[in-house]
Ligand binder design. Structure first.
Ligand SMILES: Cc1ncc(COP(=O)(O)O)c(C=O)c1O
Length: 449
């Protein structure tokens, strides 16, 4: 599988931040930030208001784990670049977040649902046969543990964030919830919590994604959600997100936008990170119980980045814990058909935030490609890409009896490179971000099962 990594991410804001997509044209930002200012000639659509200053006026003294600053900035990244009509809703959300974060009753409610409905805490499982598989010929190698987010209700990490945000929607008096989804896991999580709390749910999903993840489309509909097909663009996550933002801008009074990852305008990256950070907090406690110290290495796949931030956040100030985010490199980093935003992207503004983006010389977003999107391209390339990717998928299924999501398989694939380099007994925790039920049809198509 082609993967790219951002390793030893001491600063999660610079190395783990992947841009989301925008319903608007992105603003291309020159690399030299010192000299940057918003020029009238920038490709800036009329509907975007640049709400925050582009430069940090004073160097921020916050520790990495305490970011973002009060303006929602992680250094030069983040911020809030949205149409005027959304500023009020985001400010309201930010106030609600700060007051509810310290509200004991709210926390109790969230924790109760995470325990009794989601099934937390998720186990930290010693993958004995996988560990054995990666032992060197002298019998040495790291110990591999899986943080079993796939065992959560609905089968992925996405539910942690969805539960807390649905409770937010209720507290804010919103009865209509919208969400975007790519693989369908966040859509299923949103539909699930809306059913649980009696909220109307509309999920935007790219038409192509609806076809290849039809299992999750049926799940969402069974749960009572309306799934709206998005045919524009490439009919994938970026187009679904664009439609969700359009809907929100038109219906902001009545509607709560339940976003699925740590992208988008402030306070979204902060909020989603906070709601997913239960993963890392549990991991620290479980590591202490199991082997009496912190893990040495944490690994997670990076799409928008929520499961990775959920695992990493607890450890970003620990210099002795190595953090590895694994991106999809599709056909290869030089192929222009990949989703390796952190590795190959340039800085820009997209979907309300400043981050790394895959963009062309005109600042237009380029089409991304990863394993599932690769099935659209006939011929040897996609098959080759798929078969490489399916290896870790099959390996975990056969060695541990755990069928991982294809997203998770990207992180698993990195074990091939990593394990030979680690000392004997090093403790590796890999975030098993979701289960692979949704990918079984894809696997059947390509594997001789
Ligand atoms: C199982 C699973 N893991 C990981 C991801 C990637 O998202 P993120 O990077 O926000 O965790 C997704 C996205 O749909 C997913 O379904």
């Amino acid at each position: 599988m082609a993967i790219s990594t951002s390793t030893s991410c001491r600063n999660p804001t610079s190395s783990l931040y992947k841009a989301y997509i925008s319903s608007f044209n992105p603003i291309r930002i020159p690399f030299n930030f010192d000299k940057f200012s918003v020029s009238p000639s920038a490709r800036k659509p009329a509907s975007i208001s640049c709400y925050l200053p582009l430069e940090e006026k004073e160097p921020c003294k916050l520790k990495v784990s305490q970011r973002p600053d009060s303006l929602g900035r992680f250094g030069k990244f983040g911020g809030r670049y949205v149409p005027e009509s959304l500023i009020y809703a985001l400010t309201q959300l930010e106030s609600a977040f700060h007051s509810l974060a310290g509200d004991a009753d709210f926390q109790k409610e969230v924790n109760g649902i995470l325990k009794d409905y989601v099934g937390r805490e998720s186990p930290l499982y010693f993958a004995e046969r996988l560990t054995e598989h990666y032992k060197r010929s002298n019998g040495e190698g790291p110990d591999i543990y899986l943080k079993r987010e796939d065992l959560n209700h609905t089968g992925a990490c996405k539910i942690n964030n969805a539960v807390a945000q649905a409770l937010f929607a209720k507290r804010l008096g919103k009865k209509r919830v919208i969400a975007e989804t790519g693989a369908g896991q966040h859509g299923v999580a949103a539909a699930t919590v809306c059913a649980r709390f009696g909220l109307e749910c509309i999920v935007y999903m790219g038409a192509q994604d609806m076809e290849r993840q039809s299992f999750n489309v049926h799940r969402m509909r069974l749960l009572g959600a309306e799934v709206r097909a998005v045919h524009s663009g490439t009919g994938t996550l970026k187009d679904a997100t664009s439609e969700a933002i359009r809907d929100w801008a038109c219906n902001v009074e009545s509607t709560y936008y339940l976003s699925g990852s740590v992208a988008g305008p402030h306070p979204n990256p902060l909020m989603v990170r906070q709601f997913q950070s239960v993963i890392g907090k549990e991991t620290r406690k479980q590591a202490m119980e199991k082997w009496g110290r912190k893990p040495d290495v944490l690994i997670a796949c990076v799409g928008g980045g929520s499961n990775a931030m959920g695992l990493f956040h607890e450890f970003v100030d620990d210099d002795d814990v190595r953090l590895i985010g694994v991106e999809a490199a599709g056909f290869g980093l030089d192929s222009h058909k990949h989703a390796a935003t952190l590795t190959k992207g340039e800085i820009g503004v997209f979907h309300g935030t400043m981050s790394y983006l895959l963009q062309d010389d005109d600042g237009q977003i380029v089409e991304t490609h990863s394993i599932s999107a690769g099935l659209d391209y006939p011929g040897v390339g996609p098959e080759h890409s798929f078969l490489k990717d399916i290896g870790p998928f099959k390996r975990l299924s056969r060695l541990e009896g755990i069928i991982p999501a294809l997203e998770t398989s990207h992180a698993l694939a990195y074990l091939e490179k990593l394990c030979p380099t680690l000392p004997n007994g090093a403790k590796v925790v890999l975030n098993c971000s979701g289960r692979g039920d949704k990918d079984v049809q894809t696997a059947i198509k390509y594997l001789q099962l």
